[in-house]
Design a binder for this molecule. Structure first.
Ligand SMILES: Cc1cc2nc3c(=O)[nH]c(=O)nc-3n(C[C@H](O)[C@H](O)[C@H](O)COP(=O)(O)O)c2cc1C
Length: 201
């Protein structure tokens, strides 16, 4: 199985990186054919809205994402891990996602067949204690991302309160949460780890 694993934190040794790593480990995916993308280490532009992709089915910008498009198209699974920034995905994640406009144009403007169907996994972590709104912005962004990248079925895992209880292998609540997840490739599911009784309430 070809997996594209994307980490969208702006810093090193992040909750986002650990979430991705522990997810892959927990579901025994590390021996698959994985391409890792650490977005902060890549040099790519935000979408400049040139609509070059309305004329040809590719992005005309030339940067580190140029070689990534074929990997996206060939992958069987995309795993996208990001922190929450201002109720949405991080800015580098959003810039990457905006570059997926090429697949929107492909479908709706060029009327070409969609790219290969895949399974999508969204791993989202927020530093604040859980609130009903906390993940809404990021979920809307991912909803559109999953559609344009042909992820018909998907799994979304949301973890709050990382500022008090960081994601790592020592975090027992997090590991218990991962263990409770059923990875069902034929479904669309979403789970959240709300704050427990750590820290001040
Ligand atoms: C610019 C910025 C905006 C943030 N906005 C939110 C937010 O709206 N909600 C939230 O729960 N946490 C917010 N946080 C906290 C991060 O989501 C949290 O620290 C996260 O675990 C960082 O992930 P990382 O360790 O992978 O970088 C924000 C952090 C930054 C730097």
């Amino acid at each position: 199985m070809k997996i594209l694993a994307i980490a969208g934190s702006s810093r090193k040794n992040s909750n986002t990186d650990n979430f991705l790593d522990l997810f892959l480990e927990n579901f025994n995916l590390k021996n698959e054919d994985i391409t890792y993308l650490t977005l902060k280490d890549l040099d790519y532009s935000y979408c400049i809205s040139c609509y070059g992709c309305a004329k040809v089915p590719r992005c005309i910008l030339k940067d580190d994402l140029t070689d990534i498009y074929p990997i996206i198209e060939e992958s069987d699974m995309i795993i996208f891990s990001t922190p929450i920034y201002f109720n949405s995905v991080s800015s580098i994640s959003k810039s990457f996602i905006d570059r997926m406009q090429v697949y929107w144009s492909r479908k709706f403007l060029l009327k070409l067949p969609p790219i290969k169907e895949k399974f999508g996994i969204c791993l989202i972590n927020g530093g604040a204690k859980y609130t009903e709104e906390q993940f809404l912005g990021s979920e809307l962004v991912f909803d559109h991302f999953l559609k344009v990248t042909s992820c018909k079925n998907h799994l979304t895992l949301k973890v709050s309160n990382t500022d008090e209880n960081p994601i790592n292998s020592e975090n027992e609540d997090f590991i218990r949460f991962l263990n409770s997840i059923n990875l069902d490739f034929n479904a669309r599911k979403s789970y959240v780890l709300k704050e427990k009784n750590y820290g001040n309430k």
